[in-house]
Design a protein around this ligand. Structure first.
Ligand code: SF4
Length: 363
């Protein structure tokens, strides 16, 4: 049986067309499943009964089972799903005042090896398929329905993995998520965060998603120490991409900057950052580091964070401090996948699973 959630509308039309059936049945299925939230073929009453049977034997509509639910004191909830091969996929639901944001994963583990990130310590296990990426939203939607909570309004691709290291599946998932016949999510409601893989970034256009770049330092030495990928794609390459990006009038690239005590939080670091971004239409998210037992990094004192913030505000940047949600349940930025490190010593930093994509840049 094929996973329904991995099909873009055009792929589904081709699949159904290959059966000798009308292609518009694909649009009907999209509407039932994504727009109306109905996962039962038997209830799709505008599709002939015989065809419903064919579809129910062909496609699996079962949401990924939730095998772990970790509510945080701040209202966010980390959900763990078990994939067909037994791997664990994690997402985080983050209720806010006027929206419900879901943070989705795109890989199991990650090969970027960012020094501040728990997921990076797992190493790469595998890419998620488009159906597993979309499936996180479907399962979260069912979960929220059961809890009588508001539906997901915004998506952030900031969970486990580097989305553009899995661009084919991520692009297909974006296609499904934004399809007007289905979920019809606006690109403005979807943020895709990347370490700056230029090949992947150049595949995006202004309406693919809101682009966020995980910058974390304004000089190459510090950034390469924190993020080995910087040796392949140094800051200047990222800035070239940003300056040449053809956006709409409203397009602004978001830069994420995790503030780490004594590493990138000094007044001089703030000055470098302001110099680097002074001619760029952008938004800056400052994220005070979330400590974990797997790194020696520390969170800066609040005054240091506020001073950094103020320096940028004084220079007319749009900049906010984003305190990560779900720290108490290891759901915060850079903490996903901790269970892999906790439960299986073979998944440690030195395990065979740590297969770098770019061996030449691995620290
Ligand atoms: S921060 Fe993102 S890209 Fe870097 S190791 Fe973690 S998951 Fe991978």
């Amino acid at each position: 049986m094929e996973d329904f959630f991995c099909f873009t509308l055009s792929n589904l039309e081709a699949r159904i067309g290959a059966l000798g059936k009308e292609k518009y049945r694909a649009r009907q299925l999209f509407r039932w499943v994504y727009k109306l939230g109905n996962l039962n073929f038997n209830e799709m009453t505008n599709i002939p009964k015989g065809l419903r049977t064919v579809f129910s034997e062909m496609f699996s509509l079962g949401p990924m089972p939730i095998t772990g639910e970790f509510p945080s004191g701040d209202g966010s909830v980390k959900l763990a799903f078990t994939a067909r091969d037994g791997e664990t996929i994690e997402s985080v639901i983050m209720p806010e005042k006027n929206r419900m944001t879901l943070c989705v994963s795109t890989q199991i583990g990650c090969r970027m090896g960012c020094k501040f990130c728990v997921t990076g310590k797992i190493g790469f296990r595998r890419n998620l398929g488009a159906g597993e990426i979309v499936g996180q939203l479907i399962s979260a939607r069912e979960y929220l329905k059961r809890k009588n909570e508001s539906p997901v309004t915004n998506l952030v691709f900031m969970g486990m993995g580097e989305p553009l290291d899995n661009s084919e599946n991520v692009m297909a998932a974006l296609d499904i998520l934004k399809d007007p016949n289905g979920l019809d999510l606006s690109y403005r409601k979807i943020t895709l965060s990347s370490v700056g893989l230029i090949d992947g970034l150049t595949m995006l256009d202004a309406k693919s998603a809101v682009i966020a770049i995980s910058l974390n330092a304004a000089d190459d030495d510090t950034r390469s120490m924190l993020m080995p990928i910087n040796r392949l794609y140094p800051i200047e390459k990222i800035m070239d991409f940003v300056r040449n990006f053809k956006g709409t009038k409203r397009t602004r690239i978001t830069f994420e900057y995790i503030l780490i005590k004594g590493i990138n939080d000094s007044p001089e670091d703030a000055r470098h950052l302001a110099d680097l971004l002074k001619d760029v239409k952008c938004k800056i998210n400052l994220i005070p580091y979330n400590p974990s037992p797997y790194t020696d990094f520390e969170r800066p004192d609040r005054e240091v964070v506020d001073r950094f913030h103020q320096y940028l505000l004084d220079r007319y940047f749009t900049v906010i401090i984003r305190d990560s949600r779900g720290q108490d349940v290891s759901a915060a930025c850079g903490q996903l996948g901790m269970n892999y490190l906790n439960s299986d010593p073979s998944n440690s930093v030195n395990s065979h699973n740590k297969r770098p994509l770019f061996p030449e840049v691995t620290a």
